[in-house]
Design a protein around this ligand. Structure first.
Ligand SMILES: [Zn+2]
Ligand SMILES: [Zn+2]
Length: 443
């Protein structure tokens, strides 16, 4: 029998407005339903109390610019902390799997953070993953993101990390926020193939999702041989969701969960708060607990025609062929500030829709056949002309990449106002302001 952990954190005092879909009722209806149905009385269920994440755990994974003190992270730290409570329970073998029903969500929050985007400021799953690696020595983790939106933040954080497989199945970015998640995004020069994006036509339902899982996603996960599987459990693929156009049912979510068999599921989006979320969450939870979820049926019936049958099968077969044919093309750059080695250059522009500004970022990755490679990100919040630098020495860095990280910090602390060094290898973070090392946690 599965021992399934559950945690609720509805974040009463965090919302983007009384009528905004991202508000505490998202979880209150679910909580009510789960209690009413007597699911908490199942012998295998264990409920945990929310926890608060340590700021160090945040900075190990995400660079918060210009510094931690300028963001209100209270609710976000509890959403992350609650995910960590279940992660710790899993590592201590108190549970066989778990579901963190927390908000705010996190998967749009990336490697550098200047504010909130897509309702996300901190990335719950990414911070959790790096805690499990740093604290428990877990090597390989697969993330399967079933939210209707592409988890661009999670992809961004692990894009150069060969030991995290990020798979996202979502509504095509040409038709929905955040406009990314295409098949050619497959990972950086030292991690090619560690990202898999499956953008779907609007209208796909249970059949298409299960077909993609069976024929593409799960075989890719099995080939990767992860030590753990995390599900970014977004529920906005439901046919009633007001922010998206897919046709998945609550029972469909139950089947998806049964197929993925995640060690941990962390709630992401889902905005049909009364008519869908309680049912989906219950189906997911019952599937995790190894119980029958076939009786979980939402009161509303699907109105739109599902894109299924041959249409979705041939669509996915074509997409898989396209994905396989994509070849990497790296742009190498030499710059005075770069330490020895070959550095791959790219740039991106990230729009913070919640806060209404843009970040421009230049990225340099040290190409390395021994490790994930040191990463340099020169980031600018365009509206404020503020610039900040992140240098990251990856987990299991080779000696040359480790040294490259120190050299970058040394160079940039003289050049830029804010420099953060994430030393994942030694499990340390360092922050420099105007050339002087300061305590990144304030005080
Ligand atoms: Zn979403
Ligand atoms: Zn290396």
């Amino acid at each position: 029998m599965n021992k399934t952990g559950i945690i609720f954190f509805p974040a009463f005092d965090w919302s983007l407005g009384e009528f905004h879909p991202e508000r505490e009722e998202r979880l209150l209806y679910t909580q009510e339903q789960i209690f009413e149905e007597g699911i908490m009385d199942l012998p295998q269920v264990r409920q945990y109390s929310p926890g608060v994440a340590d700021l160090f755990d945040v900075l190990r994974t995400q660079a918060i610019f210009p510094d931690l003190q300028q963001h209100n992270l209270d609710a976000h730290l509890i959403a992350v902390g609650s995910s960590l409570v279940l992660g710790n329970a899993l590592m201590k073998k108190e549970i066989t799997n778990g579901f963190a029903l927390v908000r705010p969500p996190g998967h749009h929050s990336g490697a550098t953070v200047w504010g909130n985007r897509g309702f996300c400021t901190l990335n719950n799953e990414a911070i959790l993953i790096n805690v499990l690696r740093a604290k428990y020595g877990i090597k390989k983790i697969a993330v399967i993101d079933t939210d209707v939106h592409h988890g661009d933040g999670t992809q961004d954080i692990f894009y150069h990390d060969p030991n995290v497989l990020y798979i996202s199945i979502h509504q095509d970015g040409r038709t929905i926020f955040p406009g990314t998640g295409f098949t050619e995004e497959k990972g950086g020069p030292n991690a090619w193939g560690s990202v898999l994006n499956i953008p779907l036509l609007p209208g796909v339902g249970d059949e298409g999702f299960l077909y993609a899982l069976e024929n593409w996603i799960m075989p890719a996960v099995e080939a990767f041989k992860p030590d753990l599987i995390i599900n970014s459990a977004g529920q906005d693929n439901h046919f009633t969701d007001p922010l998206a156009s897919m046709n998945v049912t609550a029972r469909g979510y139950g089947k998806i969960t049964e197929m993925i068999k995640p060690d941990l599921a962390v709630l992401e989006g889902g905005y049909a708060i009364e008519g869908a979320l309680p049912y989906i969450n219950m189906a997911i939870f019952l599937a995790l607990a190894g119980e029958d979820y076939s009786g979980v049926v939402e009161s509303q019936k699907p109105q739109n025609t599902e894109i299924g049958g041959d249409t979705i099968r041939s669509f996915l077969t074509d997409l898989k062929r396209t994905n396989k044919a994509v070849r990497p093309s790296w742009v190498f750059r030499k710059e005075q500030f770069l330490p020895a080695g070959d550095w791959v250059y790219s740039e991106k522009s990230i729009y913070y829709d919640t806060d209404g500004f843009k970040e421009n970022r230049k990225e340099y990755i040290r190409k390395c056949s021994h490790c994930g490679g040191t990463v340099l990100m020169i980031s600018q919040k365009t509206s404020a002309f503020q610039k900040a630098v992140l240098a990251r020495i990856p987990f299991e860095a080779c000696p040359d990449c480790e040294q490259a990280g120190y050299d970058l910090a040394e160079t940039f602390k003289k050049l830029e106002k804010t420099v953060l060094l994430q030393n994942q290898l030694r499990d340390q973070v360092h922050l420099w302001r105007d050339g002087r090392e300061v305590n990144p946690f304030g005080g």
